[in-house]
Design a protein. Structure first.
Length: 214
């Protein structure tokens, strides 16, 4: 549902999307705002979970792999229940809106990758975004950007999945469940650290930060 709202404190009128879907509202709440990237992650997670016949993971029932660190990754976490803290959320720095979701129970995984199309932000949107990021956008440009952002995201929510994603079975071996690893105190910084992350530094078993290694 699209509703016309007036931005508080201005004379500017623009369309702001309001969605009745509670899961989408949770994604927006977690991420902080609605945008095309969040909409992409929301749609991808929904389609992958539907194909797998899976519900949100309370523990490690599902495994998610995202190939982007953009907004869509937040929706994947909210929708699937896969998180870094649980050890079932993995990031591959491929710069793609591509997402793999696997079910341990079913032993299957599927990958959804964004198709090229008009839903990809155009030059006008990118130009406004760059001005917003640099703090040089005028009030009018800010309004135009927000209108474009909201309408683009709403369009993605309403699109057919087949026009948004290529979805195919992923031939992947699901990673093992997360392990509980004991901590030891680094003798240099005196901070607790996973014991297997300690390494030799001039005869002292120090943490990665003190050794200056990634």
């Amino acid at each position: 549902m699209m509703e016309i709202t007036k931005r508080k404190g201005t004379n500017d009128m623009r369309t702001t999307p309001h969605f009745e879907d509670e899961e989408l509202q949770e994604c927006i709440k977690f991420h902080g705002h609605f945008c095309p990237g969040l909409a992409i992650g929301f749609r991808a997670a929904g389609e992958l979970m539907r194909i797998l016949g899976a519900s949100r993971a309370g523990d490690e029932e599902l495994v998610a792999i995202v190939e982007t660190d953009a907004c869509s990754a937040d929706a994947i976490q909210v929708m699937t229940g896969c998180t870094f803290g649980k050890g079932n959320f993995f990031f591959l720095d491929h710069g793609k809106h591509a997402f793999t979701l696997g079910s341990r129970q079913r032993g299957k995984a599927f990958r959804a990758s964004l198709l090229a199309g008009e839903h990809i932000p155009g030059k006008e949107f990118v130009g406004f975004f760059e001005k917003m990021a640099s703090g040089t956008a005028t009030d009018e440009e800010r309004s135009e950007f927000l209108t474009l952002r909201d309408s683009a995201g709403a369009r993605i929510i309403g699109m057919e999945a087949g026009k948004l994603f290529k979805i195919e079975k992923a031939g992947m071996e699901l990673p093992p469940k997360a392990m509980v690893v004991r901590s030891e105190t680094c003798p240099l910084c005196l901070e607790p650290v996973r014991h297997d992350y300690l390494g030799d530094l001039n005869g002292t078993m120090a943490c990665r930060s003190c050794r200056g290694t990634p």
